[in-house]
Design a binder for this molecule. Sequence first.
Ligand code: G4P
Length: 191
Amino acid sequence: MEQLKQRILNEGIVISDEILKVDSFLNHQIDPLLMHDIGAEFARRFARRRVTKILTLESSGIAPALMTGLLLRVPVIFAKKRIPSTLTQGFYRASVFSYTKQETTELIVAERFLTPADTILIIDDFLANGEAARGLTDIVTRSGASLAGIGVVIEKAFQPGGALLRERGLRVDSLVRIRRLAPDGIEFVDE
Ligand code: G4P
């Protein structure tokens, strides 16, 4: 997605050879027009998959997921990272370890929002080690719903998540794939 590549090149800050900061349009300040175009691109790519719901996780997955849901005309569920006091029974829970943040997070989704009749599209902002996507796919499997695939805004292709998910036969569609992060530049996988 050329527009997204340009935004990353113009505004992205390379924090280290593993971490890219894009808080001017995705992770802190959010650009609604860019999110709209991202949603439209995911909607176009998954148009034939008969998606009934989008699943993401708080917080930065919500903006691209919501726009995708708007354009596919389907509801958006976001996994919560804490059990809300209002959710007293009937929820799926998956533990995911973030190598980036070196912490374990719980993903919580109410059972009543996922049914075997659903076809789920998972959307996330970054794909690094694939732990968040693994936790969300586990929840989808346990619910009996079908999985249409995983849409990722920025995949760091030098980290193992994308390969691990694709080896499992899952469809992973990333809008941009980064080959290398360095102080002198950001290299994308040619596609
Ligand atoms: P994984 O899910 O692919 O295994 O990734 P990992 O655990 O390593 O990353 C966990 C968190 O770190 C996620 O945010 C993810 O979006 C974020 N992250 C990973 N790599 C980068 C990066 O290069 N740049 C930025 N800005 N973020 C990165 P989260 O815990 O879900 O938090 P939130 O920001 O969505 O609230």
